[in-house]
Design a protein. Sequence first.
Length: 246
Amino acid sequence: MARRSLSDEVADALLQRIVVGELPAEALVPGENELSAQHDVSRLTIREAIRTLAAQRILRVERGRGTFVNPLGRWASMDAVLRAVSEGQDDAATSLQLIELRRMMETGACELAAGKLSDEDLAGLAEDIEAMQAAHELQDVPGFVAADLRFHERILQASGNVFVAVMFEPLHRILEARRTQTSKVPQIQVHAIAEHRKILAALTSGTPGTARQAMDDHMQQTRDDLQTYILSAGAPPAPAPPAAAN
């Protein structure tokens, strides 16, 4: 592996300060002289680090005013966004947005996968569900999460669209962390197992529309469970998105 440059190391350190909230959105980033002294590097190295983060739209440079942190929604780096979400402050809006992203990707992937799954693929999905059931009975949260993720990854791969699988791969780390949080609730596990059985039945039928609807129902159940069991501490439920037209 190639050794990272000094400017990359400084850029990473600045990103970490942003991720943990030390430099929140719209905060003014310290000047070159201050950063140079903090990191014991040249001003040129600082400029290169700033350029790197500005290219990813994490920072913006305003002539005559300074360098500012952009809101997360403007960032152009998937890796940086995932790092901010996984290491930064966990909030309801981020959790719900993640489900919305999964909903857009996975319902389509499930529709594409219908009719393409071999008997071996379907057997693998069934094995994943039984592994989830066994982990639930043993109160084995890591085992439950692993089987759950494996089930969804099989469907993504079976969709036959290489872009879907590639786009979903960076989400694996954050999904594993979030699933571990939500799957600690036994009732959420029960709901997930039931929804996965419905998805398998729909995929076995080979009907794309039925498979898409089954996955969409699962995403809605996941959203409802997040609201009910994780985010409901005094906060009113967020309105559900409008149902897609048939």
